[in-house]
Design a binder for this molecule. Structure first.
Ligand code: PBG
Ligand code: ZN
Length: 320
């Protein structure tokens, strides 16, 4: 008889045959940094996650470093917005200040920056608006300015998240031409138009004031289209390909893993975090176990890197 249970008999044999392992080395921790001072504000729909101003963020960064989390992903919340998000390429902007602050005080930490406009535009869309829609090619010009500005401030990796066609080629060329040929790009290659971003939009104050993002973010019904988009990003020179959200899109993570010879990242987004936290608070699930199982499923699907608000909790658990 075929007995698969022989290899499940004890903890030791289970350890030996375990196929997938979750490690602190896989994790990127997102940070919300608000312009101004004295800000340390819990995000209601994301228990345990806060918005910080730079004068209040050291405790958080100390913790990230002491937990040996390799990288952070920065999101900025500026005090001024306008119709095209000019603050995104201001050398004194909140992200540029944050990059310099972290590189100066926490040189061991790897700093990835989200490159987009939605937190910086008065309308909350991810680029320049023309005829009630995000205009692709004028947005590209501004994306290049933003990426170069992040690079000049000292970012270690650029992660453009707007789903604007031609982004990777444009950002790659701009970085190459300004002395940043060695700076990698993590492309939000397959970013779905998802309701799972709800808590993030509260956190980052980035909800669109009209319409939605379905003319640039992908239809959750589509799989082949995702491969097409990832192929373009791959050809344009993305160093890492990302899928976002993660949990409802594990098939897509596996598609990328099987089809591309690049590291694959997935973004365990705010809504995925909120659901686990809410159910755990109610006592309906064991939050810690569901957290570990969920992140493990992302690795099993093929993710090499997981961007997650759980990073500190996971690291604490893995260090035990
Ligand atoms: C914006 C952006 C979004 C997230 C990261 N950058 C979502 C959006 O389209 O509004 C979502 C992250 C999350 O939900 O955790 N380009
Ligand atoms: Zn955006």
């Amino acid at each position: 008889m075929n007995r698969t249970r022989r290899l499940r008999k004890s903890e030791n044999i289970r350890r030996l045959v375990q196929e997938t392992k979750l490690s602190i080395d896989d994790l990127i921790y997102p940070l919300f940094i608000e312009e101004g001072s004295g800000v340390e504000k819990e995000i209601v729909s994301m228990p345990g996650i806060k918005r910080f101003s730079l004068d209040k963020i050291s405790k958080e960064l100390d913790e990230v470093v002491s937990l040996n989390i390799p990288a952070v992903l920065l999101f900025g919340i500026p005090s001024e917005k306008d119709d095209i998000g000019t603050e995104t390429w201001n050398d004194q902007g909140i992200i540029q200040q944050a990059i310099r602050f972290i590189k100066e005080n926490y040189p061991s930490l790897y700093v990835v920056t989200d490159v987009c406009f939605c937190e910086y535009t008065s309308h909350g869309h991810c680029g320049v608006i023309h005829n009630n829609d995000v205009e692709n090619d004028s947005t590209l010009v501004n994306l290049a300015k933003q990426a170069i500005s992040h690079a000049q401030a000292g970012a270690d990796m650029i992660a453009p998240s707007g789903m604007i066609d031609g982004t990777v080629a444009m950002v790659r060329e701009s970085l190459d031409n300004t002395g940043f040929a060695e700076l990698p790009i993590m492309a939000y290659s397959i970013k779905y138009s998802s309701a799972y971003y709800g808590p993030f939009r509260d956190a980052a104050d980035s909800a669109p004031t009209f319409g939605d993002r379905r003319t640039y973010q992908m239809d959750p019904a589509n799989r082949d289209e995702g491969l097409r988009k990832a192929t373009f990003d791959d050809q344009e020179g993305a160093d890492i390909l990302m899928v976002k959200p993660a949990l409802s899109y594990l098939d897509i993570v596996r598609d990328l893993k099987n089809n591309f010879d690049r590291p694959i990242a997935c973004y365990n987004v705010s809504g995925e975090y909120a659901m686990i936290k809410a159910a755990a608070e109610k006592g309906w699930i064991d939050g810690e176990k569901v957290m570990m199982e969920t992140l493990l499923s992302m690795k099993r699907a093929g993710a090499d890197i997981i961007i997650t608000y759980f990073a500190k909790e996971v690291a604490r658990k893995l260090l035990k």
